[in-house]
Design a protein around this ligand. Structure first.
Ligand SMILES: *[C@@H]1O[C@H](CO)[C@@H](O)[C@H](O)[C@H]1NC(C)=O
Ligand SMILES: *[C@@H]1O[C@H](CO)[C@@H](O)[C@H](O)[C@H]1NC(C)=O
Ligand SMILES: *[C@@H]1O[C@H](CO)[C@@H](O)[C@H](O)[C@H]1NC(C)=O
Length: 173
């Protein structure tokens, strides 16, 4: 390689990385605008029967406390975001599965799912975080016979919004 080439490549890589972070943050901002308390309340509570619950795997109940615990175990931030991304992609599929297309929450749930799809290329598991990567595998192979839990849809999206804030407020100011 010619001298003077490496800094140039480095410059291009940094530019590329910055563009990727900006794009990721743009999607996160769009998610944030769709996950306001008012919308979660309206679409995930008022439009559902009283005390309605969705069956999810235990690992799909990803709360702020889980993130705090995993951070204490030195799990990297990219892997935590990968976990959040995969858990909530599955959660949205499970909520959507109980809705008919004419249900007032159907479009809302689909729009959230589309934003998560856009996020896919920006989220990856770091190989060092083998435990977290394995949890994601388990969540994705949802028929692995893991225990189920009945959770209200609003509680699931409350977790989604809260954990998103924890994971992105630093990198996406
Ligand atoms: C809904 O759940 C609450 C407790 O969480 C209970 O007090 C209430 O009776 C339930 N309502 C219906 C209609 O099942
Ligand atoms: C989150 O914490 C609960 C217990 O509070 C646990 O059952 C669940 O497996 C944890 N999820 C992950 C992904 O660590
Ligand atoms: C996490 O990293 C800190 C600082 O590098 C270290 O002191 C601590 O023992 C680590 N904790 C675990 C659970 O590996």
């Amino acid at each position: 390689m010619q001298r003077g080439y490496a800094p140039f490549l480095y410059f291009v890589a940094v530019l590329g990385l910055e563009a990727a972070v900006q794009e990721e943050c743009r999607i996160i901002e769009a998610l944030q605008n769709k996950l306001t308390y008012q919308q979660r309340l309206q679409y995930m509570k008022h439009y559902f029967p009283i005390n309605y619950t969705v069956n999810v795997q235990f690992e799909e109940v990803l709360r702020a406390a889980n993130i705090t615990r995993l951070r204490d175990q030195n799990v990297s931030e990219p892997s935590l975001r990968f976990l959040w991304f995969n858990v909530n992609t599955q959660v949205l599929l499970k909520i959507q599965a109980v809705l008919l297309e004419k249900h007032p929450a159907w479009e809302y749930t689909r729009d959230l799912g589309l934003l998560f799809e856009q996020l896919a290329e920006y989220e990856n598991c770091e190989q060092n975080d083998i435990n977290v990567c394995e949890v994601v595998e388990q969540v994705l192979s949802s028929d692995a016979g893991s225990s189920r839990k009945a959770v209200r849809p609003k509680a699931l999206l409350d977790n989604c919004a809260k954990v998103m804030r924890m994971l992105y407020s630093e990198s996406c100011k």
